[in-house]
Design a protein around this ligand. Structure first.
Ligand code: SF4
Ligand code: SF4
Ligand code: SF4
Length: 476
């Protein structure tokens, strides 16, 4: 449990209490060299504001080394791109600064205590949904080798702590692919709004809304797996199980700080209600288990039915290139009526830790050109190509974190662990009994019983969203 004690998680966060980092009229500026790198800044640490829903600054631990500023500016191209003249720091909630901070002065904003309170409330039905990357991160806190794949024990531990139901967010990764593959097919047929960008990373979505609002029509309208999961838990699952949705507290357990922001987005509510009540990270789950003195290996368990079955395609959502590989499997099936050959299943060209990868595949009579990237410094290069008309791709996957969600800020820190986690999820996909979301029996059931057709009216209501121009956050 070394990492837990290193991250001080019981105490007072300055961002919640006395210290308001920015005052009205505060002005952010910096000097850059000819390559755009920051060479002089007025600040030694990132000005995380008290109302940031995802990131907390523990000021008393900050050594003012500036590593967080460098990470935010260089990898994500946020800090140094604007003047915060209204006292507002621009943030996409990616958490890259958290991973850069060796003093643990930056962390995700902790919600695990609120989740325990909900669990202790006898009137609440508390439902956990577990993202793919959590199962290859949580073991680090319990003496396992980095990249250890732990599932039955993880589900068992969640039941032991008191969650009433434990569901698999991979189910909604499968759902996302059903919708996103259908959307891609339609855009290609109509030759409209290509390339299609993925939309499952909320940090990336917010980046486009702030910096490239003219590119919003290119974003897939499909909600992220966590967002779809919340929509389905409080509608389909509640209906089938005979539960009053008003009693449900839905908790997404994720590798991601940005999901804490995503669940607050008004455009992701259903009938005006927030569909996921809390996001806690892999780190917070370890804290929560420790607080209740529950060992990861004390019990085993299986996901609950209705939203507990997932294909290998859903599992690899945690990896860079995984969403692309998953989408192509179902797009291929939709077009040809058969499942794809092995080389398209694995699509080695989009795997690995290069910042931008590309591939070309033939589906039916269409030659699809694909790009996969992570971090906004790489995404910007592709966005600029779309903007200036030189983009040759039909489909572009973007994730904010290095290696994809397996490298999220809510995971135990350590860049060297990312490849091990990627391999573990790939191995789980390779050995899965079902590797295509269109073969997932629970996915078939939800379309038969609740959603109807891909892209149809119910899908639009529950599974798709709209985006908004947020460029007014920039004051240049
Ligand atoms: S990286 Fe951490 S210690 Fe360094 S300036 Fe940023 S918050 Fe402070
Ligand atoms: S969360 Fe991301 S955008 Fe926000 S301050 Fe940290 S690195 Fe910058
Ligand atoms: S890549 Fe994944 S973990 Fe990272 S910000 Fe995006 S959704 Fe969250």
């Amino acid at each position: 449990m070394d990492k837990i004690s290193r991250r001080k998680f019981i105490g007072k966060c300055v961002a919640y209490n006395t210290t308001v980092i920015l005052g009205t009229g505060w002005f952010l500026s910096c000097t850059k060299d000819s390559n755009g790198a920051i060479i002089n800044s007025e600040l030694e640490y990132l000005p995380i504001q008290h109302d940031n829903p995802a990131i907390a600054l523990w000021r008393e631990k900050c050594e003012e080394c500036g590593d967080c500023i460098e990470a935010c500016a260089e990898k994500q191209k946020v800090f140094g791109t604007y003047h915060a003249s209204a006292g507002k720091h621009v943030c996409i909630h990616c958490g890259t600064c958290i991973l850069a901070c060796e003093e643990s002065a930056l962390t995700e904003k902790y919600d695990w205590q609120d989740v325990l309170n909900a669990i202790d409330d006898p009137s609440a039905i508390v439902i956990a949904s577990i993202s793919p990357s959590v199962r290859v991160g949580i073991g680090d806190y319990f003496g396992m080798q980095p990249g250890s794949f732990i599932l039955e024990n993880l589900v068992g531990a969640c039941r032991a702590v008191g969650f009433d139901f434990v569901l698999d967010t991979n189910f909604s990764a499968d759902l996302t692919i059903m919708e996103e593959a259908g959307e891609l097919q339609k855009r290609i047929q109509e030759n409209n709004n290509l390339p299609q960008f993925t939309s499952c990373c909320p940090a990336w979505v917010k980046y486009v809304e702030i910096y490239y609002p003219s590119m919003l029509p290119y974003l897939s309208t499909a909600k992220s797996p966590v967002s779809m999961q919340g929509s389905m838990v409080k509608s389909y699952f509640a209906q089938k199980k005979g539960i009053d949705p008003g009693r449900i507290v839905h908790v997404a357990i994720t590798p991601c700080s940005a999901k804490k922001f995503e669940i607050t987005r008004e455009d992701l509510t259903v009938d005006g209600s927030q569909v996921t009540d809390y996001v806690i990270t892999t780190n917070e789950l370890a804290m929560l288990l420790k607080q209740r003195n529950i060992g990861l290996f004390d019990q085993t368990g299986n996901f609950d039915s209705l939203m507990g079955e997932a294909s290998g395609a859903g599992i690899i959502f945690g990896n860079t290139g995984g969403v692309t590989r998953a989408a192509l499997r179902t797009a291929y099936y939709n077009v040809t009526g058969t499942n794809p050959p092995a080389n398209l299943l694995d699509l080695q060209q989009v795997q690995g830790l290069s910042g931008i990868k590309e591939a070309q595949v033939t589906i039916g009579t269409t030659v699809l050109k694909i790009a996969v990237c992570y971090e906004m410094r790489n995404a910007r290069r592709l966005l600029e190509q779309v903007k200036n008309g030189s983009c040759k791709y039909h489909f572009i996957e973007v994730m904010a974190c290095k290696g994809g969600c397996v490298g999220g800020a809510g995971q135990p820190a350590g860049s060297s662990k990312i490849q091990k986690r990627i391999s573990a999820l790939n191995n789980s996909d390779a050995t899965a009994s079902i590797r295509y979301c269109h073969e997932n029996q629970e996915i078939k059931a939800i379309y038969n019983d609740f959603i109807g057709e891909v892209g149809g009216p119910a899908a639009k209501k529950y599974l798709h969203t709209v985006y908004n121009d947020k460029s007014n956050l920039l004051t240049k």
